[in-house]
Design a protein around this ligand. Structure first.
Ligand SMILES: *[C@@H]1O[C@H](CO)[C@@H](O)[C@H](O)[C@H]1NC(C)=O
Ligand SMILES: *[C@@H]1O[C@H](CO)[C@@H](O)[C@H](O)[C@H]1NC(C)=O
Ligand SMILES: *[C@@H]1O[C@H](CO)[C@@H](O)[C@H](O)[C@H]1NC(C)=O
Ligand SMILES: *[C@@H]1O[C@H](CO)[C@@H](O)[C@H](O)[C@H]1NC(C)=O
Ligand SMILES: *[C@@H]1O[C@H](CO)[C@@H](O)[C@H](O)[C@H]1NC(C)=O
Ligand SMILES: *[C@@H]1O[C@H](CO)[C@@H](O)[C@H](O)[C@H]1NC(C)=O
Length: 668
């Protein structure tokens, strides 16, 4: 019984011994919570299993050894060993400087207390003759060194080296790993704070050191491969462990996991997913977050500015001015957006006319109807109500020789008038610009009659008197059948029959403006004067004032009058008429022109009479060149106009001053 118990105990003990000897050939730690480690110096095991060799206190060293030695007796066992560990070097400021580094040590003793803390990574004390005179001979160290030791001619940057008995490396290299995919060496920043994998393999003749970032497999090319005979260095019992130190430069030195084996095949693999977390420096987190917040804020601001800008741009693009009183004109009001779309965004190619007042664009409404949009600039909000009221009233005017006004739109500083599009453009183009399409006399007299009829309607045919105030060939439009139609009511003025109009401002185009305009203001007679100038313009094929011509011919009224006095009236007719005209009719129209441009307003006929003369319902009254006021074109009035701010340059040009005056006149 006793004997059997002893036997069992004996076998149990043998088993234990076998176990312990087996344990001595290999181990693995995925974190060091239950590890059998000998620890000294600054080293400690952080709750969670992280092995911290040093913290960021100056002049510290820390050591950690596996408690049991390994047998390296060359006679009984191989010298080979294989190890794989994961470490992290975390300086106080990420990406900044740190020191000094971590060393994997194979040493005959766990006591490295003699080593300098300030230098040599907490392993060596004598820099030059490591073995012979030192108390710790037989040392192998694999260093991850992050400072340059000037006296050893070490590599400039953080480096990896193999040291035997001396801090002077036998072999060193800049940290990098071979990437199998890109087939390139990729450098590793030792002080990034990221975990780094290190393999140290010794097969008895070659010592290989391999590095890789935590997420990589073991590269199939080592960083350092060095032929080395360690039989004189290794003693029978050797301890394996780590050392780290700080000097003036500081790092937290951590080991996360470690496996070791005497044989390559038995090396246990680390479970990377079970390794403890490395705390990163708080300062750098603080430093990082304002930058991050700043970036986010910047992004948010940029995005909202872009969105806001787009919204604002759209709003601004289509913005209109709308007031409560416009409700009653609703049907006549166009939205700016619809006009914008109709004219392709007021495209230059869509522009069909341009004057001092503004520009005219051709547009197409969604239904396919063609419109002309005139953009007038206006600053005065005052008087707008009345003007819009009148524009709308004008839309209600029905006469076959008026360009139908469809509606309007208001924006800040801008008024848009929408009228029917006249496919054949304005009369002045045919009279002055296009040599080949000069209208025949019969076309001209027909257009003259059309305009006379329209003007007569405006003066007497409606509930209120409408003064056009800007009659000239460029405001006479031609429809598809070449009928004349009076257009552009941008300057028109409304008033009740019989009202006194003396206080209205002088507006119009030079050459068509009656001399009394400045002193007495607008009246039906000033429209008649302009119509007279228009008669002469159409018949003679030239503008009322042409400064380039010889002095004798410069002023059309005067020239026609002079020719009449010399009994050669017909010679003033447009030479492009050829022979196709009725002399009596041309003569009558020229005389009527002179009658209408009489300097004395009371001597001018009314538009009703003009229509009758043109239709030969009434004979032209007898008058002679000697009658007062006839042919008295007064260039003085041009100068007078310039004195009050109207540039006296071109007959066709209408000044901005005029634009203001219309609105002022309305806002009175
Ligand atoms: C480092 O550890 C020591 C104790 O080992 C402690 O006194 C010191 O405050 C620590 N330093 C830092 C910066 O944590
Ligand atoms: C190192 O060893 C050499 C002889 O090999 C000796 O001359 C020298 O003084 C020693 N240096 C130190 C610092 O011990
Ligand atoms: C690395 O490359 C070798 C061939 O050069 C190939 O056999 C091996 O599978 C590759 N390993 C990986 C992890 O891609
Ligand atoms: C990578 O580095 C190793 C060792 O430093 C070197 O032998 C090898 O030629 C390098 N390979 C490339 C592709 O640069
Ligand atoms: C060391 O690396 C070389 C290739 O560079 C390889 O041939 C050798 O087997 C390696 N030795 C060990 C012990 O891994
Ligand atoms: C290593 O050196 C010892 C003597 O110093 C020698 O006996 C042994 O053969 C050497 N080993 C190798 C692999 O060269």
């Amino acid at each position: 019984m006793d004997c059997r118990l002893h036997l069992v105990l004996f076998f149990f003990c043998v088993h234990l011994i076998c176990l312990s000897t087996q344990q001595e050939t290999r181990f693995v730690y995925n974190g060091f919570d239950q590890a059998n480690l000998y620890i000294d110096g600054n080293a400690r095991i952080v709750p969670g299993g992280l092995l911290q060799l040093t913290n960021t206190t100056e002049l510290q060293k820390g050591h950690a050894f596996f408690e049991q030695p390994f047998n390296f007796d060359p006679s009984s066992s191989s010298l080979s060993f294989y190890t794989h560990f994961v470490c992290a070097l975390v300086p106080p400021k990420l990406g900044g400087v740190g020191g000094h580094g971590i060393v994997f040590v194979v040493s005959p003793s766990m006591d490295l207390s003699h080593a300098y803390a300030t230098q040599y990574l907490g392993v060596f004390s004598n820099p030059i003759n490591g073995t012979s005179s030192s108390s710790t001979p037989h040392l192998l160290a694999i260093e991850l060194d992050t400072v340059k030791t000037v006296e050893f001619n070490e590599l400039e940057k953080p480096h990896v080296g193999i040291d035997v008995n001396s801090p002077i490396s036998l072999e060193s290299a800049l940290p990098s790993y071979f990437n199998n995919v890109s087939r390139k060496n990729i450098s590793i920043d030792l002080l990034s704070g990221e975990p780094i994998q290190v393999w140290v393999d010794y097969d008895g003749s070659f010592l290989n050191v391999t590095l890789a970032p935590i997420e990589s497999e073991k590269p199939n090319q080592p960083l350092i491969s060095r032929s080395i005979n360690l039989s004189d260095i290794f003693q029978e019992k050797m301890y394996v462990g780590f050392s780290a130190s700080t000097g003036n430069m500081l790092s937290n030195h951590y080991i996360l996991g470690w496996s070791f084996s005497k044989s390559k095949e038995l090396l246990p693999s680390l479970d990377i997913s079970k390794l403890p977390q490395v705390p990163l420096p708080k300062e750098s987190k603080k430093k990082l977050s304002p930058l991050y917040i700043g970036l986010v804020v910047l992004l948010v601001i940029t995005v909202s500015m872009v969105l806001g800008g787009m919204y604002w741009y759209r709003r601004k693009k289509y913005a209109e001015v709308k007031e409560w009183w416009e409700k009653e004109y609703g049907p006549h009001r166009f939205s700016y957006k619809s006009l914008y779309k109709a004219t392709n965004g007021f495209l230059r190619d869509r522009r069909v006319g341009k004057g001092g007042f503004g520009e005219v664009y051709k547009g197409t409404l969604p239904g396919g109807r063609d419109i002309a949009v005139k953009r007038l600039s206006h600053d005065a909000e005052q008087g707008m109500k009345q003007f819009v009221a009148e524009v709308v009233t004008m839309g209600n005017l029905q006469h076959r020789n008026l360009v139908p006004l469809l509606g309007y739109c208001r924006r800040k500083g801008e008024l848009l008038l929408v009228s029917e599009y006249m496919p054949n453009g304005s009369l002045d183009q045919y009279l002055f610009h296009d040599e080949n399409t000069s209208p025949s006399w019969f076309q001209r007299i027909s257009i003259i009659k059309d305009i006379a009829s329209a003007l007569s309607y405006l003066h007497t045919g409606t509930k209120r008197v409408v003064l056009h105030r800007d009659i000239k060939s460029s405001n006479v439009m031609l429809d598809s059948e070449f009928n004349g139609r009076l257009g552009d009511f941008g300057m028109a003025k409304f008033h009740d029959h019989g009202a006194n109009l003396s206080a209205t401002a002088a507006v119009g185009t030079i050459g068509y403006m009656a001399p009394e305009l400045i002193t007495m203001g607008t009246s039906m007679k000033t429209d008649v004067y302009a119509f007279g100038a228009f008669l002469l313009e159409v018949t003679c094929g030239r503008r009322p004032v042409e400064p380039e011509l010889p002095v004798r011919k410069q002023y059309l009224v005067k020239w026609v009058f002079e020719c009449w006095k010399q009994a050669c009236l017909l010679e003033t007719r447009d030479s492009r008429l050829g022979a196709e005209f009725i002399s009596a009719e041309v003569e009558m129209v020229l005389k009527l022109g002179l009658l209408c441009t009489n300097a004395m307003p009371e001597s001018r006929p009314s538009m009703g009479q003009v229509v009758q003369y043109l239709n030969r319902d009434l004979p032209l009254p007898d008058f002679l060149p000697s009658n007062p006021g006839i042919g008295a074109f007064m260039p003085v009035s041009v100068e007078a106009l310039s004195a009050i701010g109207v540039p006296s340059l071109r007959n066709s040009s209408v000044s901005m001053f005029v634009t203001h005056t219309i609105l002022d006149g309305h806002g009175r």
